[in-house]
Design a protein around this ligand. Structure first.
Ligand code: ATP
Length: 294
C-alpha cells in the first residue's frame, strides 16, 4: 500500500533558451534545446518518493519515446508505476521558453493527460493511501473523483483556475502560490479559509505561510540560497510536504504542528531544488534534505 498516491500529469519538457520571449507574430531563435521528463504530477511523485514515502503515481502516458523517458525517470526514483496507463494519444508535452533573465513562458499540450480517468484499481489505491496529492493539469472530473475517494486530499491548485465548491468541499489542504491563491480566494489570503479548512501559500524566496481555521497564521521563512533555476520548486515543495505528512509517526488527524514540521522540510527541499537546473534532475533526495534540516 502506498503512503502517498499522486494523481496527475506527466509531460516531456522541451526547454528553449532565448534572449527574449517572442511577441505575438514574432519568430526568435533559441540558443539550444533540451528534452527532459517533467509535468506537475511526475515532478511531485518523484519528490515524494525521493523524500522517503512509498509513492504510487496515477497517470496516462503515450506509447511513444516520451512515455518511455518518463517511465525511466519515475521508476529510477522509486515511484510505483503499476497504476500508470499507456494510451493511444501522444505523451503530454510542455514547450518552455526561458529568456536571459530567467523569465519563462510555457505552453502545455495535455494530450495523454487529457484522457486520464480513475480506474477501479486506482480508486482503491486512492482510498487506501494516507495522503492523496493532485494538481490541475488533468481533467477536473478526475481530480474530483480522487478527492471524493481519498481520506486526506491535498490539492495543489496549479495552474491557477477558478474552482467549484463541489471540489473544494473535499480538499483537506490546499497548496498554492500567491497568484493561485488569488484565483481561489481573492486578494486576501485569509479568505481561502472560507473555502478550505487549511491552506499553505508558498511565497518564493520568503518561504510559506500556513493558514488553518483553528490557529493563527504560521509563517515559515525561506532558506537563503543562490538560485540557479526555480523550475519545479513548487512541485518539490508539494511532493515533500505530502511525503512528510504521510511518513511522520503521528496517528489521528493532521495537526498544526504536523503541518509546520512538513512545511519546514518542504521549504528546505525546495531551496535545494532551486540550486540545480531542470525539473526532475533538480529534485533532492531525503538524505540531502535531512542533512540540511538537522
Ligand atoms: P515554481 O513555479 O517556480 O515551481 P511556484 O510559483 O509554484 O514555483 P514559489 O512560491 O515560487 O512557488 O516557490 C515554492 C517554494 O520553493 C517556496 O515556498 C520556497 O520553499 C522555495 N523557493 C522558491 N524560490 C526560492 C528562492 N529564491 N530561494 C529559496 N527557496 C525558494
Amino acid at each position: 500500500m502506498a503512503d502517498v498516491v499522486v494523481v496527475g500529469s506527466a509531460n516531456v519538457d522541451l526547454v528553449l533558451p532565448v534572449q527574449r520571449i517572442p511577441r505575438p507574430g514574432e519568430t526568435v531563435l533559441a540558443s539550444g534545446l533540451t528534452r527532459g521528463p517533467g509535468g506537475k504530477g511526475a515532478n511531485q511523485a518523484v519528490a515524494s518518493a525521493r523524500a522517503g514515502a512509498a509513492t504510487a503515481f496515477v497517470a496516462a502516458l503515450g506509447k511513444d519515446d516520451g512515455g518511455a523517458l518518463l517511465r525511466e525517470a519515475l521508476s529510477g526514483s522509486g515511484v510505483d508505476l503499476s497504476l500508470v496507463s499507456s494510451v493511444d494519444a501522444p505523451t503530454g508535452t510542455a514547450i518552455i521558453t526561458v529568456d536571459a533573465a530567467g523569465e519563462n513562458a510555457i505552453t502545455v499540450a495535455p494530450s495523454a493527460n487529457a484522457t486520464l480517468t480513475l480506474s477501479e484499481a486506482a480508486r482503491t489505491a486512492v482510498r487506501e493511501a494516507k495522503i492523496v496529492l493532485s494538481q490541475l493539469e488533468i481533467p477536473f472530473g478526475t481530480v474530483q473523483a480522487a478527492a471524493e475517494a481519498s481520506g486526506y486530499f491535498i490539492l495543489n491548485a496549479a495552474p491557477a483556475a477558478e474552482l467549484s465548491d463541489e471540489l473544494l468541499g473535499h480538499v483537506d489542504l490546499l497548496v498554492v502560490n500567491e497568484t493561485e491563491a488569488e484565483a481561489v480566494g481573492g486578494p486576501k489570503l485569509a479568505s481561502l479559509l472560507d473555502r478550505v479548512p487549511a491552506a499553505v501559500v508558498t511565497l518564493g524566496a520568503e518561504g510559506a505561510v500556513i493558514l488553518t481555521r483553528t490557529a493563527d497564521e504560521i509563517r515559515v521563512p525561506g532558506v537563503r540560497v543562490e538560485v540557479v533555476d526555480t523550475t519545479a520548486a513548487g512541485d518539490t515543495f508539494c511532493g515533500v510536504l505530502a511525503a512528510t505528512l504521510a511518513t511522520s509517526s503521528r496517528t489521528g488527524p493532521v495537526t498544526e504542528s504536523d503541518l509546520t514540521n512538513a512545511v519546514r522540510r518542504a521549504n528546505v527541499a525546495a531551496s535545494l531544488s532551486v540550486q540545480a537546473a531542470g525539473a526532475i534532475p533538480s529534485v533532492p533526495h531525503g538524505d540531502a534534505i535531512d542533512a540540511r534540516c538537522a
